[in-house]
Design a binder for this molecule. Structure first.
Ligand code: GDP
Ligand code: MN
Length: 396
């Protein structure tokens, strides 16, 4: 589950990570009230107005603006709320902004220069350990840093048996070129950040930039936080943080009916039982010259109702030109699934895309007979390759 910046920062703060303070606002009036409150609490005269959407690169797209007085807060918040923000990480249509974070300006002048760093916490799947990835090149696109100056990206792996050790946090602060009180602040920041990552059951923290202020405070200016969905049951208070306006509407609907669905760019809809078979099926479609329109695992109970629900979800994607149903009948019998497909097809009436069905496993022969004799425009296949060839045929 992805979070908005303001939500991510709240979680960080709850574990003692210092953040750029802010208040979320739904409209220009709320933004002004938020700015006033922040001035009272922090003494800040300037505020940053930050679009809250699930996409990075907001600054580049005009979604982060500095306001030097309350009039500017009102104007900028009014402009940003309601806009379709286009960033390097959104589609060309952009993302509609529903709310802004009004934050204290933390780039104020002082005794030293401000510095921006990059820091993320994530799982290294290669070693099975969490790691902290960090760089002196903060505020920029980390992909660009990785491409052009990979030697400026450091990683620190954490031994799960002992957790992050203080010497590791000091090493990070040292590699970032810090000394004095900024060094101490950074070690505290890193320790708190790692604790927050583990305790919140997150799968990604990306803080870009981590800021060293001109008076040597270290704080999170941005926060990209992804909570592990599978651990959400342990964090009842995080469940409400989901903002479905930010999610793919077809995926949201699929989730509601209990289907495991991921929207993709291609034109061949897939209905498969089991995640592994779904992956294999997507490879097969690629090999046949097609492109999967989705990943869809209908799970172990592929009865008529479920098959129909899956059909409906797949057909919501206008790009779908053919549907490949690839089901292995282990616990579920193939003839049941075949009947489900036939019933769903009849119920839905106007399915206009060709459907290729491959049913293998228990009662596969009965299933094939059912499909072949149904009188419907459904092509049946027994072998994997045969199914692929039929997909190719109908797409040609
Ligand atoms: P992103 O563009 O979506 O990654 O959003 P960020 O939260 O990282 O903000 C983008 C940029 O806005 C940062 O890299 C900063 O340069 C700038 N910014 C953020 N907060 C402040 C602030 O308090 N004052 C000033 N002057 N600039 C800020
Ligand atoms: Mn950022």
């Amino acid at each position: 589950m992805n979070l908005h910046e303001y939500q991510g920062k709240e979680i960080l703060s709850s574990f003692g990570v210092r953040i750029q303070r802010g208040i979320v606002a739904q409209n220009a009036q709320e933004a002004v009230a938020a700015a006033k409150q922040l001035t009272e609490e922090t003494g800040t005269g300037w505020h940053v107005i930050k679009a809250q959407v699930h996409a990075g690169g907001r600054g580049k797209g005009g979604g982060v603006k500095l306001a030097k007085n309350l009039q500017e807060v009102e104007t900028l918040a009014g402009q940003i709320i309601g806009m379709d923000l286009v960033t390097p990480q959104t589609s060309a249509e952009g993302k509609r902004v529903h709310q802004v974070l009004v934050a204290e300006d933390v780039y104020y002048p002082g005794d030293s220069e401000t510095e921006e760093y990059y820091m993320s916490v994530l799982l290294n799947r290669g070693t099975g350990r969490n790691m902290i990835m960090y760089s002196t090149e903060g505020g920029m696109d980390i992909e660009t840093v990785a491409e052009e100056t990979p030697h400026l990206i450091f990683t620190e792996e954490v031994d799960p048996a002992v957790g992050l050790l203080p010497f590791q946090a000091r090493k990070i602060a040292f590699n970032l070129g810090l000394s004095g009180s900024a060094f101490k602040e950074m070690t505290k920041f890193v320790m708190a950040l790692y604790t927050a990552y583990v305790k919140s059951d997150s799968s990604l923290f990306e803080i870009n930039p981590v800021l060293k202020t001109s008076d040597d405070k270290i704080l999170a200016v941005d926060a990209k936080v992804t909570i592990d969905d599978n651990a959400l049951y342990r964090h009842k208070d995080y469940v409400d943080l989901r903002d479905i306006r930010e999610e793919n509407p077809i995926e949201v609907e699929a989730k509601e009916v209990g289907l495991n669905y991921v929207d993709l760019d291609g034109n061949v809809g897939c209905m498969v039982n089991g995640a592994g078979l779904a992956m294999g099926t997507m490879d097969l479609i690629k090999q046949a010259g097609g492109d999967p329109a989705n990943f869809l695992d209908v799970g172990g109970t592929a009865d008529a109702a479920r098959v129909e629900a899956a059909f409906k979800i797949i057909l919501k994607d206008p790009a779908v030109k053919a549907i490949l149903i690839n089901i292995f009948g282990g616990i579920v019998r193939c003839d049941r699934v075949a009947q489900g497909v036939i019933d769903a097809y009849k119920n839905m009436g106007n399915i206009e895309v060709p459907i290729i069905v491959r049913l293998q496993g228990t009662n596969a022969d009965v299933a094939k007979e059912l499909i072949d004799n149904s009188g419907l425009d459904v092509l049946s296949a027994t072998e994997f390759q045969e199914a692929a060839d039929k997909v190719q045929e109908v797409l040609a």
